[in-house]
Design a protein around this ligand. Structure first.
Ligand SMILES: [Zn+2]
Length: 259
């Protein structure tokens, strides 16, 4: 049995001219990427979770980049061979079908970009984009023919990769204790606060960060259509017009088909 959208929701979606979507770890879980928190997540064991958070912090990156990269390699290894799933592809189709579309993601797995989403705000960055901390040179691991050897080298040697200039290379992601990139915060404000989309859909996020919760609450306050896709109850479930307790892939595929 496939997932069926409530008929009234389908009608309201068809009338929408702009759609904003917010995604979290739940959307990539269907690709086999472990979620960070929650059962089976990377931070499920609190003690190990604390150590991982410490390893992925700005001070560790500065003082002990090898340790930071060992944690990165572990997460990248868990995602090894994973591909964008039906949910990522459905969002690309939704973008094609509406006049204005924006996607805000907390995920750093690069799947939305790989699937082909164009108007993307990856607020926490992208693990596959690299940045030299000394000379500022940028690289893109996802464009390399095979990223496995790079990850394997880090796992085997336990060493952070180095730039030709001798500087330490870091992933272009927001580490714990770092500020969000200003330009992306500006885009978030413009797309979700100044021009509130007709529909705001939150997918697979446990909604802990204020900048992830606010766009949904503002849309609800302004009388826009709000939808949550999550098999679990979250702190925004009580505020949205529709809470679809479904898998991201089936619910988003149904929404794309309804437009
Ligand atoms: Zn360099």
């Amino acid at each position: 049995m496939g997932f069926v959208l409530p008929a009234e929701l389908a009608t309201r979606l068809r009338a929408a001219r702009s759609i904003g979507v917010i995604t979290g770890a739940g959307i990539s879980a269907e690709s086999g990427i472990p979620t960070y928190r929650g059962k089976g997540g990377i931070y499920d064991d609190p003690e190990q979770g604390d150590r991982t958070i410490e390893a992925l912090s700005a001070p560790t990156l500065r003082t002990d980049p090898d340790r930071a990269w060992q944690a990165i390699a572990k997460i990248a290894g868990a995602a090894s061979g994973a591909q964008p799933n039906a949910a990522h592809h459905a969002l690309v189709e939704i973008e094609r079908k509406v006049e204005r579309f924006v996607l805000l993601t907390q995920n750093v797995d690069g799947f939305h970009a790989a699937a082909g989403t164009r108007n993307l705000i990856d607020i926490h960055g992208d693990t596959f984009k690299l940045l030299c901390m000394k000379c500022g040179r940028r690289g893109d691991l996802s464009r390399e023919p095979d990223i496995e050897p790079c990850i394997q080298t880090i796992v085997a040697t336990g060493k952070a990769p180095r730039c030709e200039c001798g500087g330490t290379i870091r992933p272009d992601v927001v580490f714990f204790g770092e500020m969000l990139p200003e330009a992306k915060v500006q885009r978030l404000h413009d797309e979700f606060y100044h021009r509130v989309p007709d529909v705001v859909i939150s997918v697979g996020t446990s909604n802990m960060f204020p900048y992830i919760v606010q766009p949904v609450l503002i849309a609800a306050q302004q009388g826009r259509l709000t939808v949550e896709i999550n098999p679990e109850e979250t702190e925004i479930s009580g505020y949205v017009a529709y809470h679809l307790k479904a898998k991201a892939g089936e619910a988003l595929t149904a929404i794309a088909a309804a437009l």
